[in-house]
Design a protein around this ligand. Structure first.
Ligand code: ARG
Length: 601
């Protein structure tokens, strides 16, 4: 039943859970409903395997459980599904009815903001910890992945109605600041008085400080003492430190601007400084942390070094300083208690998997968070060079993110110029009106190439592949969407373009006749299910796959069904509505991926 929103898989799950609780003894949850998208569209849209799971505990035959379910579901879902079918030993196939699809597409077309997709019935407070580069160090491709994936997840959770806090947990408080601050005192004394000074290239500065640290014993001692001075609040040291943070921030803000990352709040490790002592005392008091070789450590069951010796989670160094893990423990408590987070996502490379596992477990044992708070590491794989080796420039240096993004924009400029400018020669300056397009194409190619891969696998970075107009790429998706928009314009006669977006024709009643129309409609109404899946499982590539399939189903539809020359006015209006809905789904989907759309390519 449609009351302004399109039936979602969670509605189906809810329906089944309700029936289970009404029909059988015991209390059932979503886990028992066993509802999944159908593996083959031939059999239906959803599949319910609850009968198979519950037969044994209910001491019934699966088919008998299935019949009871079907009987009850029929009433509940009347009008949405065709006759429910029991297959094999007791699987229930659920196929959306044509009349339902017709109404659902129209509902989506009529709702510009949400496309008929409801907000979560159980809105949560979610912290997304992402990007998180380290001050005075180069922001690398790992941080780029974290930024792109984290931004997408935050966008999507927000769209689903959750209250999202985007946190940039920058590394601004480690031991390296001892040497940096001391070096700054010598080289840039003006920084100590709180003046803003141009520190030049930070990487050069870092290398120089590191060199002194490694080669000069007196400096090493100074650096060690420098950390303590800084962490205990010495004004001069703090001024120098602020100067460093400011310079780094300027650098990565340029990247965020180019990537259109918005709403990311910088809350670095230093933010938790005052809480660290207390956390360690708490762990000690509970007998969880104990001394180990002069340092303090938490020993957790099941964690061992390669040689079999217990692997400690270090929370305090022998010199009194605190560790990366200590800050994360303090942050968990702050996020749970002060931010009232229900869910905290940490988007980092998979190399940190063990760190987070241990930190989460220690936090649980120590009661730093309530049981209901879900801490989730969202790991991703490595970016590799085209040869599968370490991602580096030809000379073997690490690739600067700014260079990487600019290179992508440069190639995109040539592509756009080649298509749009007569007599174009590579490297020529692009006419003003195409510059923004080239920038969007270049940036979205990088974003989409990252997001369309299963985040846990490594991927080979290739400008050629990511900027290709063929395949599951940003240029292809942008092109597909632009083409649909121009079809809509042509068929509706509506030319008006508002602020880069379409003025959409009024949605009309949808009538589905041809197979390709039905298949497109079935695809469109699944948009919400994909978002629901990504909201739970956190794999953005599933949204990319869905958008790619959607554009392919549209092509199949457009090949076999004429919009402009449809037999009747009603049919034309209906097909136009299908096209409009497709364009809106692509626009919204790409928007969630942080990809801006263009009207032509
Ligand atoms: N700064 C770290 C790095 O560059 C990432 C921080 C991730 N977030 C966290 N809460 N530990 O690897």
């Amino acid at each position: 039943s449609l009351d302004g929103h399109v039936v979602q898989i969670d509605d189906v799950i809810g329906g089944v859970v309700g029936v289970l609780n009404d029909s059988f003894e015991g209390s059932y949850t979503a886990m028992d409903a066993m509802v999944t998208p159908a593996s083959n569209l031939k059999f239906g849209d959803y599949q319910c395997n609850a009968a198979m799971k519950l037969a044994k505990p209910l001491k019934m035959k699966p088919r008998d459980v299935a019949s009871i379910l079907v009987e009850q579901l029929k009433e509940k879902m009347a009008g949405d599904f065709e006759e429910l079918e029991i297959a094999g030993p007791g699987f229930i196939n659920m196929k959306l009815q044509r009349s339902y699809l017709e109404r659902a597409v129209q509902t989506m077309a009529s709702d510009n903001d949400r496309l008929g997709i409801p907000k979560s019935s159980d809105p949560k407070r979610v912290v997304v910890d992402f990007s998180s580069p380290n001050i005075a160090k180069e922001m690398h491709v790992g941080h780029l992945r974290s930024t792109i994936i984290g931004d997408t997840l935050a966008n999507l959770l927000e769209f689903k109605g959750h209250s999202v806090l985007r946190l940039n947990h920058v590394g601004d408080w480690g031991t390296q600041f001892g040497m940096l601050v001391e070096h700054l005192k010598d080289e840039f004394p003006a920084a100590l008085s709180g003046e803003s000074v141009d520190l030049g290239n930070l990487v050069v500065l870092y290398k120089a400080a590191k060199k002194r640290f490694d080669e000069d014993d007196d400096f090493k001692v100074r650096a060690r003492e420098g950390v303590v001075r800084l962490q205990s609040g010495d004004e001069e040291s703090l001024a120098a430190w602020r100067c460093l943070c400011e310079a780094s921030r300027k650098e990565y803000d340029k990247i965020y601007k180019l990537l259109s990352i918005k709403g990311l709040e910088e809350r670095g490790e230093s933010f938790y400084n005052d809480m660290l002592k207390d956390v360690v005392e708490d762990l000690e008091g509970q007998g969880l942390a104990r001394e180990s070789e002069g340092a303090m450590a938490v020993f957790l069951d099941g964690y061992a070094n390669k040689d079999g010796s217990p692997l400690p989670l270090l929370v305090k160094k022998s010199d009194g300083g605190f560790n990366y893990a200590t800050t994360d423990l303090a942050a968990i408590r702050q996020r749970a208690q002060v931010e009232k987070a229900d869910r905290v996502l940490y988007v980092t490379d998979s190399g940190q998997a063990q760190h987070f596992k241990m930190v989460f477990e220690a936090a649980k044992l120590a009661g730093l968070r309530e049981d209901g708070v879900s801490l989730e590491h969202v790991p991703f794989g490595l970016v590799q060079g085209e040869d599968g080796k370490k991602f580096a420039t030809r000379s073997g240096d690490t690739v600067k993110l700014m260079d990487l993004l600019q290179e992508s924009i440069r190639i995109a400029s040539n592509d756009v110029g080649g298509r749009e400018v007569e007599g174009w020669e590579d490297g020529q300056e692009l006419p003003e009106e195409f510059k923004r397009t080239a920038e969007i194409v270049g940036i979205s190619a990088v974003k989409y190439a990252d997001l369309s891969m299963n985040r846990e696998s490594n991927y080979k970075f290739s400008y050629g592949r990511m900027l290709s107009l063929q395949g599951n790429t940003a240029p292809y998706m942008l092109y597909a969407r632009a083409r649909i928009c121009s079809i809509v314009k042509k068929a509706s006669g509506i030319e008006g373009v508002e602020e880069g977006g379409m003025t959409w024709p009024e949605p009309a009643p949808v009538v589905l006749g041809e197979e390709a129309e039905i298949e497109l409609a079935r695809q469109l109404v699944k948009f919400g299910d994909i978002l629901y899946d990504v909201e739970k499982e956190l794999y953005p590539n599933r949204l990319c796959d869905y958008l790619f399939e959607t554009s392919q189903k549209f092509s199949a539809f457009y090949e076999s069904c004429s919009v402009i020359k449809a037999e009747t006015e009603e049919l034309k209006a209906s097909r136009l509505t299908l096209a409009v809905t497709t364009a809106k789904v692509l626009t919204k989907g790409l928007g969630l991926l942080g990809i801006e759309v263009v009207d032509r390519l």
